[in-house]
Design a protein around this ligand. Structure first.
Ligand SMILES: [Zn+2]
Length: 368
């Protein structure tokens, strides 16, 4: 049985949990997003103007490294707890940091797609620990169409357990990229991902977890159910098992923030899809990827973290990528400073993206 997001008990808990508005004193109300470096995993923190928080995934199992990085972002945001946590799916690069994070930062509400469906998957062994954590909090199995009880921000579930949302308000136009779609292989858990669409005033973003190409096609063809967005968050680490033009080109993002690793994601096929996407202004990356080489990479100022062993000269050719849908290349031991990328969005649709490594920042305004 699933709990509904509309349950008064959940909303009441969220209201009680809200931090004071003082964190935003003096500035226009803004939505803050931290895309945190978890070495090719995912941890994305969204903080509402009133200080309510949504953490999407918890990074890799890493002896506390990724949990510390998530906790650092939460501290920077002035949080003392996580109000809502979405586990997109049961892979270790999304669930692995949670056992170490939970003791540092209380999590009030857990949201997932239901039980793990892949007993051989990388996060399967963590499922019992995850169940123990949500047993002590509020737990919701997400259904497409659900809205998270966060005030001032509209966060809707658009994918969960292989089910997809109906067209969002204002969306549903024919998608011109469908005819060229090529199906791809999937593992079992990625297509189950919980995906969300975020609206804050005129600002729109999506985080689709690791939703794979065939699900992208179902979601976006023949009609584009999501419309267009300002920002794509995550992009499945920039891996070629996702990121088909039916999704990326039809969403027309001005900005993509890719949660890739040094050897995971950012391969030529994906970089070509991103850089040829109509209206794309900038591709921000969590790491320089050896799979891009100099030929396909974003300029360094858009990249938050380098490679663990900096070569004297950057090879032009990309390194060979693993097969899409296959096992992920293990994350490196990188335990030094890690930098996040932030988005600060205002209700008028203006947003600023900042690279915490070099302080490089760019503001995107709505075209007049
Ligand atoms: Zn992943």
């Amino acid at each position: 049985m699933r709990a509904s997001f509309a349950l008064p008990v959940v909303i009441g808990a969220a209201l009680l949990a809200a931090a004071p508005v003082s964190a935003q004193t003096g500035a226009a109300p803004s939505l803050r997003i931290y895309v945190i470096d978890v070495e090719g995993g995912n941890a994305t923190l969204i903080v509402s103007p009133t200080g309510e928080s949504l953490l999407i995934d918890s990074g890799n199992p890493s002896n506390g490294r990724d949990a510390d990085r998530v906790a650092a972002a939460a501290k920077d945001a002035g949080l003392t707890q996580i109000d809502h946590f979405i586990l997109t799916h049961y892979h270790a690069d999304h669930l692995g940091g949670l056992p170490e994070l939970a003791p540092k930062l209380p999590i009030r509400h857990f949201i997932d797609h239901g039980p793990n469906i892949d007993p051989m998957g990388s996060g399967a062994k963590l499922e019992p620990i995850y169940q123990q954590l949500y047993a002590k909090a509020t737990h919701t199995v997400a259904t497409p169409g659900d809205r998270l009880p966060i005030r001032g921000v509209d966060i809707r579930v658009v994918a969960s357990a292989g089910q997809l949302a109906k067209a969002l308000p204002g969306a549903g136009a024919a998608n011109p990229y469908c005819a060229a779609f090529k199906p791809a292989d999937n593992n079992l858990e990625d297509p189950m991902s919980v995906g969300v669409h975020v609206t804050f005033g005129r600002f729109r973003a999506v985080h689709l977890g690791d939703l794979t190409k065939n699900k992208e096609f179902e979601l976006m063809c023949p009609a584009n159910r999501l419309g267009t967005v300002d920002v794509i968050l995550g992009a499945h680490h920039g891996q070629a098992s996702s990121n088909s033009p039916v999704l990326v080109h039809a969403l027309r993002p001005r900005v993509v923030i890719m949660n890739n690793g040094t050897r995971k994601g950012g391969e030529p096929e994906v970089m070509q899809t991103m850089f040829s996407s109509p209206g794309l202004e900038d591709l921000w990356q969590m790491h320089f990827s050896l799979l891009s080489g100099q030929e396909y990479t974003s300029p360094g100022m858009y990249i938050a973290n380098g490679v663990d062993e900096q070569p004297a000269a950057l090879p032009i050719a990309p390194a060979a990528a693993p097969q899409p849908g296959g096992p992920a290349t293990p994350a490196p031991a990188h335990s030094g400073p890690a930098y996040w990328i932030t988005v600060v969005a205002r209700q008028d649709g203006t947003y600023t993206v900042t690279n915490a490594r070099n302080g490089f920042s760019k503001t995107y305004r709505l075209a007049k």
